[in-house]
Design a protein around this ligand. Structure first.
Ligand SMILES: Cc1cc2nc3c(=O)[nH]c(=O)nc-3n(C[C@H](O)[C@H](O)[C@H](O)COP(=O)(O)O)c2cc1C
Length: 354
C-alpha cells in the first residue's frame, strides 16, 4: 500500500489518507460568514478524496482579520454557517478541519485581488495589534498589546475553538505562522518587548504557549490540535529551525499533537529559496528532534514526491495548497499514479476507470 493512502489516526480521529488540503484564504465574505463559495470550494476538495480538508485562516475577532473579507468565527451566526459545510465534508469522507487565526500587524489590508496594501480608516481599516509597535513593511505600525489585550485575545482563541467545535470540526489548528500575531511574538525581529513576553526564547514563546494551553483546555481530549509554525523567518537574527525545535517540544507538552511546518511571512524582504519541497527539511528536523508528528507543506505537487516524503520519514502527512486549486481531485489522480485502489465518490464511479 502507498504510504500516502495509509489511514492516519491522531487521538480518536482517523483520516482516510495522509493528504491534507492546506488552509487557503478565499476573501469571499463581507461579514465573516461562510456562503456558497465556501461550500463549493471546500466541498469539492472533500469529494476529491483528501483525508483532511482545512478551512482557511478564520479570524477569532474582527480586528484579527487580514482583510474585511476574511472568514470569521467570533459569533454564533458564523459557526452555524460553517456547520452544513462541515457536515458535507464529513459525509464525503474527509476530516473537517479549521485554522483559527489572528492577523496581528498584518491585519487591515485589502484582498490581493483588490491590490493588497494597508487599509486606512477611510477605507474601512482598523488599528492592528502586535507585541511591539514594529510595522510589517509599509503597513501601519501595530498598537503594542497590554496585559488586558493579551487576556482578551487568549479568550478569543478559546471562544473560536468552542464555536469550531459546535460547528462540528474534528481538527483544530492554531495559526502561529506567516507573520501573523502569534508568530510576531515568537520572532525577535517583531517582538521588542522588555516584559515577560519578550527577550529570551522562553519569554517570546510565552504568549503563544498560553494560547495553546487555553485552547487545549476547551478542545476535546479525543480531537487533535495542530499548530502551524513558520520554521524559519529566512532572515539573520530571526526565528529559525533551532528555536522551532524548542517551540515544538514546548507545544507538545501543552497537548499539541501535530506541527504543520511552513515558513516565512514575517518580513517582506526575506529571501526564500522556493522550490519543490523547500520546507520539508524543517518538518523532518522537528519530527526527528522534537519527536512529534509533522506535516510538510510547500510546492508539493507530484504524487511520487509526496510518497517519497512519507516513505523517507520526513513527515507524517503532506499538505497541498495551490496544486489543490489546480486539481481538486488530486488525491484520486495520485492514487491512480501510485497504483493504489481507492474508492471514488459513488456518483463518479463510472469515471474511475479509463
Ligand atoms: C490562495 C492562498 C491562500 C492561502 N491562505 C492561507 C491561510 O489561510 N492560512 C495559511 O496558513 N496559509 C495560507 N496559504 C499558504 C498555503 O496554505 C501554503 O502553505 C502555501 O501556499 C505553500 O503550499 P503550496 O506550494 O502547495 O501552495 C495560502 C496560499 C494560497 C495560495
Amino acid at each position: 500500500m502507498a504510504r500516502l493512502f495509509d489511514p492516519w489516526t491522531v487521538r480518536k480521529v482517523t483520516a482516510r489518507n495522509r493528504i491534507c488540503v492546506s488552509p487557503m484564504c478565499q476573501y469571499a465574505t463581507p461579514d465573516g460568514t461562510a456562503g456558497p463559495w465556501h461550500m463549493v470550494h471546500l466541498g469539492s476538495r472533500a469529494v476529491g478524496g483528501a483525508g483532511i480538508v482545512f478551512v482557511e485562516a478564520t479570524a477569532v475577532s474582527p480586528e484579527g482579520r487580514i482583510t474585511p473579507m476574511d472568514l470569521g468565527i467570533w459569533n454564533e451566526t458564523q459557526a452555524q454557517a460553517l456547520a452544513p459545510i462541515v457536515a458535507f465534508m464529513e459525509d464525503q469522507g474527509a476530516v473537517p478541519a479549521i485554522q483559527i487565526a489572528h492577523a496581528g500587524r498584518k491585519a487591515s489590508t485589502a484582498p490581493p485581488f483588490e491590490g493588497g496594501g494597508g487599509l486606512g480608516p477611510d477605507r474601512g481599516g482598523w488599528t492592528t495589534l502586535g507585541p511591539s509597535p514594529v510595522p510589517f513593511g509599509r503597513l501601519a505600525p501595530p498598537r503594542s498589546m497590554e496585559s488586558s489585550d493579551l487576556d482578551r485575545v487568549r479568550e478569543e482563541f478559546c471562544q473560536g475553538a468552542l464555536r469550531a467545535l459546535s460547528a462540528g470540526f474534528k481538527v483544530l489548528e492554531i495559526h502561529m505562522a506567516h507573520g501573523y500575531l502569534l508568530h510576531t511574538f515568537l520572532s525577535p525581529l517583531a517582538n521588542h518587548r522588555t516584559d515577560i513576553y519578550g527577550g529570551s526564547l522562553p519569554n517570546r514563546m510565552r504568549f503563544p504557549l498560553e494560547v495553546a494551553r487555553a485552547v487545549r483546555k476547551v478542545w476535546p481530549e479525543s480531537y487533535p490540535l495542530w499548530v502551524r509554525i513558520s520554521g524559519t523567518d529566512w532572515v539573520e537574527g530571526g526565528f529559525d529551525p533551532d528555536q522551532s525545535v524548542v517551540l515544538a517540544k514546548a507545544l507538545s507538552r501543552e497537548g499539541v499533537d501535530v506541527i504543520d511546518c511552513s515558513s516565512g511571512g514575517l518580513v517582506p524582504e526575506a529571501r526564500i529559496p522556493v522550490g519543490p519541497g523547500y520546507q520539508t527539511p524543517i518538518a523532518a528536523r522537528i519530527r526527528q528532534e522534537a519527536g512529534m508528528p509533522t506535516v510538510t507543506v510547500g510546492m508539493i505537487t507530484d504524487p511520487v514526491q509526496a510518497e517519497h516524503v512519507l516513505v523517507t520519514g520526513q513527515a507524517d502527512g503532506v499538505s497541498l495548497a495551490r496544486e489543490m486549486l489546480r486539481d481538486p481531485y488530486w488525491p484520486l489522480h495520485a492514487a491512480r499514479r501510485l497504483g493504489q485502489e481507492i474508492p471514488w465518490p459513488v456518483r463518479y464511479e463510472r469515471a474511475s476507470h479509463g
